[in-house]
Design a protein around this ligand. Structure first.
Ligand code: PEP
Ligand code: MN
Length: 352
């Protein structure tokens, strides 16, 4: 059940509800509702007597299995994940861009500067890579993390990078601003719990054979570990046509946003596997309501050490950025998208 406690309730109310759940042997989590009140998710039901407390505003006996991630949990406002000065989910779409894999210090610094000039807000780059073949380049590991941190210092852009193993979470969190959970690890529950414990923002990619509900259940693992800073990323699912690497499931974007308060971004690079399709599908992702994009960029895409076929140039990124801004402005103008948030119309910020 979900118990909603109003802002003017005495402090004891939420505590008593949580204590009653513990006494009944039920898992329970409380999170702020963004308006000074508390929403408590309980994996089971409490008798009415336990809930007859001042300030209990509403009780929903039926809820989705992903109760903390569900829209009902934050009905008034979407979650905005703040990373440095960047707000993900705040109305203005964010651009995450960079190489598939960090190849070296100077090349990363060059790409970071180029994507920033092209309009990126956040730098991406893999240091630990989940390659299908054990013989393919696996990434530079900690050396790659150090270069990412250096590129952040040089450009001011926060960095996002993948973490693959529970035991590497602290190491990656030491260097990165956003921890990426890759498609192949979406259902690695020990990893989800571990990244949940860091409090770092988490980019959760959808597994390529995962349903939207399974994706949201994975988000729930992170939220239930006490970390509300989750960004979902649609990156394509396995279709029947081998002509393309994956099928970008753009229906999942507005669908997921109906079900959850969390921001959703789109990765048209992995979603297509084909450079010529990336720009169009980036626009389609924004039209579908995405809160941002993640795009693989390299100054010499043909020579990228990983995912060359889907990698675009900084100039192409700049074009996507221009078109994307114009598209978003047009959607705002016609009332079809949220404008960049002003101070007086702020949804729930989560984290620092
Ligand atoms: C990546 O972003 O480089 C990546 C490996 O993505 P995915 O997990 O979506 O395949
Ligand atoms: Mn890649």
């Amino acid at each position: 059940m979900i118990v909603s406690v109003s802002a003017d309730a005495p402090d004891t109310t939420a505590r008593k509800v949580l204590a009653a759940a513990v006494a009944a042997g039920l898992e329970a989590r409380g999170m702020d509702d963004g308006h000074g009140g508390t929403i408590i998710g309980i994996d089971g039901s409490l008798p009415d007597d336990d809930l007859a407390l001042p300030g209990v505003r509403a009780v929903h006996p039926h809820h989705k299995p992903y109760m903390l991630a569900s829209r009902e949990h934050r009905p008034h406002a979407p979650t905005v994940v703040r990373v440095g000065d960047v707000r993900i989910g705040g109305g203005r779409p964010v651009m995450m861009a960079g190489p598939c894999v960090v190849e070296g210090r100077s090349s990363l610094l060059e790409i970071a500067t180029a994507v920033k000039v092209a309009g990126a807000d956040i730098l991406r780059g893999g240091a630990f890579k989940p390659r299908t073949s054990p013989y393919a380049f696996q990434g530079l590991g900690e050396e790659g993390l150090r270069y990412l941190a250096e590129a952040r210092d040089a450009t001011g852009m926060p960095v996002v990078t993948e973490v693959m193993e529970p035991d590497q979470v602290e190491l990656v969190a030491h260097y990165a601003d956003i921890l990426q959970i890759g498609a192949r690890n979406m259902a690695n529950f020990p990893l989800l719990r571990r990244v949940g414990a860091t409090g770092r923002a988490i980019l959760l990619k959808r597994g390529f054979s995962a349903t939207v509900e399974e994706w949201l259940m994975s988000a729930e693992y992170i939220l239930a570990s006490g970390n509300a800073r989750v960004i979902l990323c649609e990156r394509g699912i396995r279709g029947f046509d081998p002509a393309l690497r994956f099928t970008l499931d753009l229906t999942a974007v507005p669908f997921a946003k109906e079900l959850t308060h969390l921001p959703v971004i789109v990765d048209p690079s992995h979603g297509t596997g084909k450079r010529s399709l990336v720009g169009r599908m980036a626009m389609a992702g924004l039209a579908a309501g995405a809160d941002g994009l993640m795009i693989e960029v390299h100054p010499d895409p043909e020579r990228a050490r990983c995912d060359a076929a889907q990698t675009i140039t900084p100039d192409e990124l700049a074009q996507i950025n221009r078109s994307g801004r114009a598209l978003h402005a047009a959607l705002v103008e016609t009332g079809d998208a949220a404008a960049e948030l002003s101070a007086d119309r702020e949804p729930v910020p989560v984290g620092v």
